[in-house]
Design a binder for this molecule. Structure first.
Ligand code: GLN
Length: 485
């Protein structure tokens, strides 16, 4: 019996009834982790010493999970998938981990991500690329690649992720699972290695909407150690899932979803958008009202550049403490500056270094107004525009990306500038701190694709409830990946 393939409610039931023990679950999960590691490289660390725990009324008690390697874990290697931290063992847990452990959750491993969360393919981590369990020639997408892989391949029912631009929600789509980032600050980021603080969110990858609700209920909470966290004690995600969505209103954005807006659409894109529109028809049968809305093209075109300017600037500042002096293995050098220079030059991957150069450039005094401040203004305009939609609708529903998982061999992927807004619109969820969830919505050439639902801040219960009702009618919950290629 593979209990790790079941939902959290089912596993909890089995534990309560004594059909299985927590110890047995941990064993099963560790064994699955090693098998998946050999095939797809999802883990930086598998915690072989993990032990079963007490089972009580908390739904997560005694059940294994995995955490992205950006979450600090006391006594367990935490690398951020970076050579700069390849030997770093924190002496404390991130608050989200502390909260999960209060619920009796059991960490069995740390998953590979893109270096410090930067990347789109799960291929910049210092231990190598993560392969997609549906087709190992393809990417799981970044940056929470290992977490998506571990959940999709049935190692654990849930794994923690972080999301600065889409890093939970896009890998979820590529792996046929659910990815949820709640409203900004609902989960404390204390102890999570930062990328871009005004955009960084904690969240979770699961195989169903209910499981996502259960886990975030346990992770969330105000934390004096993170001044952006807020009191969400009146929000009960799991309990508020009813599936009653009659007369809820959703909109999608014409400019992103109409195939006629793309000059030379690939077959894949045609199928992806057709599937999306077919799915909208099914959703209407739930009594949900769906309308088409238009967004100014200049705003959609600005999303990705605004993101890059803000994210790279904040990353440059946040990661300036990675010098090898306080953390990580020291580099040689006659002076401090030389030691730091050698350390950063040798240990950061090329992608990160490029981003630091851009970040430093736009933050220079003479460039700041033109790039950084302008990007902040554009961010505000985009967020205001989305808030106008939320005044009329419960949520915005959109396809995730331009199709199924891309190839790890980049030369095989089609890149076309006109696709950028469709590829990157999830970044708006980070600009506004909006609650946002991706669920699987079908298959293209046997590979999973997803749709995303994003709502207004603090409206997580509504967003999850809508996602739950849609998940039920589509029927792709609790999928386990099987290699199809
Ligand atoms: N691909 C985006 C980036 O590289 C998203 C990363 C993220 O959400 N952590 O910045």
């Amino acid at each position: 019996m593979n209990y790790m393939h079941k939902s959290i409610e089912e596993i909890h039931d089995a534990l309560k009834k004594g059909e299985v023990t927590s110890e047995e679950l941990v064993k099963e999960s560790l064994q699955n982790a090693h098998e998946v590691q050999d095939k797809y490289n999802a883990f930086v660390t598998i915690i072989d010493a993990a032990q079963g725990g007490e089972v009580n009324d908390y739904l997560l008690s005694g059940i294994p999970y995995a955490a992205k390697d950006l979450y600090s874990t006391s006594g367990v290697l935490t690398t951020g998938s970076s050579n700069t931290l390849r030997d770093y063992v924190p002496f404390f847990d991130a608050t989200a981990i502390v909260n999960l452990h209060k619920n009796g959750a059991i960490d069995i491993g740390k998953t590979v991500c893109d270096e410090f969360g930067m990347g789109a393919y799960g291929n910049t981590g210092h231990t190598g690329s993560v392969l997609n369990p549906w087709d190992p020639t393809r990417s799981c997408r970044g940056s929470s690649a290992g977490s998506a892989c571990a959940v999709a391949s049935g190692v654990v029912p849930y794994a923690l992720g972080t999301d600065t631009g889409d890093s939970i929600r896009h890998p979820a789509a590529y792996c046929g699972i659910v990815g949820y980032k709640p409203t900004y600050g609902m989960i404390s980021r204390f102890g999570v290695l930062p990328y871009a603080s005004s955009l960084d969110h904690c969240g979770v990858l699961t195989r169903s909407v209910k499981d996502a609700a259960i886990v975030v209920d346990a992770m969330k909470g105000i934390d004096p150690k993170d001044m952006t966290s807020w009191d969400s004690s009146k929000i009960h995600l799991y309990e508020s899932i009813t599936g009653n969505v009659k007369d809820k209103k959703l909109c999608y954005i014409k400019e992103l979803c109409d195939i006629n807006n793309y000059k030379n659409p690939s077959e894949e894109l045609k199928k992806h958008l057709k599937n999306f529109h077919d799915v909208l028809e099914k959703i209407k049968s739930l009594g949900i009202i769906i309308r088409e809305e238009s967004i100014e093209k200049y705003l959609l075109d600005a999303i990705s550049s605004v993101y890059n300017v803000i994210a790279y600037s904040e990353a440059t500042s946040n990661l300036s403490n990675m010098t090898g002096i306080v953390f990580g293995p020291r580099s040689e050098g006659k002076t401090y500056t030389e030691m730091m220079k050698n350390f950063r030059t040798k240990n950061f991957s090329p992608l990160i270094k490029r981003r630091f150069i851009i970040g430093s450039y736009v933050l220079q005094k003479e460039n700041k107004e033109r790039y950084f401040i302008n990007a902040q203004k554009a961010r505000r305009l985009i967020v205001n525009r989305w808030n106008e939609l939320f005044a009329k609708y419960d949520a915005v529903i959109l396809p995730v990306g331009t199709g199924p998982a891309k190839y790890l061999d980049m030369s095989k992927n089609i890149s076309d500038e006109s696709l950028i807004p469709l590829e990157e619109h999830l970044q708006v969820g980070n600009f506004g701190g909006f609650p946002s969830i991706t669920i699987p919505d079908g298959f293209i050439d046997e590979l999973p694709v997803g749709l995303n639902i994003t709502g207004k801040c603090y409206d997580d219960e509504n967003v999850l409830n809508i996602a739950y009702a849609i998940e039920n009618i589509l029927g792709y919950q609790n999928q386990i990946a099987k290699e199809v290629k």
